[in-house]
Design a protein. Structure first.
Length: 446
């Protein structure tokens, strides 16, 4: 069996890979490692709207209680809502039951420390080590020492927090919200209505099985159509656990995480709130984004793909803004993880303060054409030491010069090598990608 914890918690098909038995064990071991079973220890537990959430929540909480630790049941709430409330409620740890933008059959269990940040690798390794060795030896308190469940009014407290992060009203703005039939469904519309926006809400009727189905941030064409059909100023699309945002302007153009970061970074620098005039982004952020930030006197610090790596670098460099092209944006001066709804209201606040439509603000950067191909290989790490592949990469980089770039990286979950090229010349990019892929297939292909 490979490593249990991936880049974003434990995930799998619910009731097959991620079973109630596994959730129970994770609850027990997580409670043991994260609380040390101190008197009055508490763990906050939230979930998204998928049907398996109830099953896994009950099993997970049972495991927590069996360790003599209390559970604060938050109900349906976003992943960043769990992170915020874990810290706000003074809990020793938090757990979110969600598979984010994945299909309904999947689910996941993600832990947060008492500070609201995702766990460090070493702590996850400790939990996994106990699970692999023999968690049956862990204590089993009895009588009055068994934990209890307490229900918390989570959504109201989280909404109050979100409202506290903006200084302007949204009166007069016509906005489409796509809530992906997920955790944003009851939260995002309420936030925007309280801020005075004229809101059209789509996909906010979760039934347990329609989360992310033909909607949400992984299907931006849906909110595109709604914006154009309703004559809205812009649209905002969330994923199932509401930790990412993709926007659409009034003309139907997609405003992804790179554009959102660029718009917010420029405004934050202008207001003196972008510490050291820098931000953190992954290697997948578009070259046009990097060049736009350079033109605005903003340094882009690159990191590996994954919001946890963005967060780690932000904390190391004391940066207040970071994120991914996919829409995971972190405002570290407000919260401890990527938050789609928080990102949305920060973006809209810039629109109001600048007095310009999103279609104008998005011109802060020009997106370079970007092409990506996946190659199935026998050894996804071997490309680094392969002379022929390295020669092909060097030749491509020489032809691009400083007008573009080539990026090769391994898939985190499959035996794939991802080959990406970007720059202003689409024809050249396609040719270079083809040249590299042919060499990779010849050297390492299955």
């Amino acid at each position: 069996m490979g490593r249990l914890f991936g880049t974003d918690g434990v995930r799998g098909v619910a009731n097959r890979d991620l079973t109630p038995e596994m959730a129970f064990r994770l609850g027990r071991v997580g409670a043991y490692v994260l609380t040390n079973r101190t008197p009055g220890a508490r763990i906050a537990v939230g979930k998204d709207t998928r049907i398996s959430g109830d099953m896994l929540e009950m099993a997970l909480i049972s495991g927590i209680l069996s360790m003599g630790v209390d559970a604060l049941r938050l109900g349906v709430i976003s992943t960043p809502g769990v992170a915020y409330l874990t810290k706000q409620l003074g809990a020793d740890a938090g757990v979110m039951i969600s598979a984010s933008h994945n299909p309904v059959e999947d689910n996941g269990i993600k832990f947060f420390g008492g500070d609201g940040f995702k766990l460090l690798d070493g702590i996850e390794d400790r939990i996994e080590q106990i699970l692999r060795e023999d968690d049956s030896k862990l204590p089993r308190p009895t009588g009055p020492h068994i934990g209890r469940v307490y229900d918390e009014p989570a959504q109201e407290a989280y909404i109050r927090f979100l409202l506290s992060t903006v200084d302007v009203r949204f009166d007069g703005l016509r906005i489409v919200l796509d809530c992906a039939n997920g955790a944003a469904s009851a939260i995002a519309p309420e936030v925007f209505r309280q801020l005075g926006a004229d809101v059209t809400v789509i996909h906010a009727n979760p039934d347990g099985v329609n989360i992310n189905v033909g909607c949400g941030s992984t299907n931006p064409h849906i909110v595109q159509r709604a914006v154009l059909a309703n004559g809205a100023d812009f649209g905002l699309s969330f994923d199932g656990d509401a930790d990412r945002l993709i926007a659409v302007d009034s003309t139907g153009e997609i405003v992804d995480g790179d554009f959102i970061m660029a718009i917010c970074a420029k405004a934050m620098k202008k207001a003196g709130r972008l510490k050291d005039d820098k931000l953190v982004a992954t290697v997948m952020s578009n070259l046009g984004f990097v060049k736009a930030m350079e033109e605005n006197g903003i340094q882009v610090v690159r990191t590996a793909v994954g919001d946890r790596y963005v967060m780690e670098r932000m904390r190391e460099d004391d940066a207040v803004l970071g994120g991914e092209q996919s829409g995971h944006i972190i405002f570290l001066n407000h919260t401890t993880t990527g938050d789609g709804i928080l990102t949305a209201i920060q973006l809209v606040q810039v629109i109001v303060q600048e007095g310009k439509p999103l279609s104008e603000l998005r011109k802060v950067m020009t997106r370079y054409p970007q092409f990506l191909e996946n190659v199935r290989v026998t050894d996804k790490h071997a490309w680094r030491d392969n002379a022929a592949i390295q020669a092909a990469l060097a030749a491509a980089e020489e032809r691009l010069g400083d007008t573009g770039r080539v990026l090769v990286r391994e898939s985190g979950t499959e035996q794939l090598i991802r080959v990406m090229a970007e720059g202003p010349d689409e024809k050249l990019l396609r040719q270079l990608i083809g040249d590299i892929v042919r060499v990779v297939e010849a050297e390492l292909g299955v």
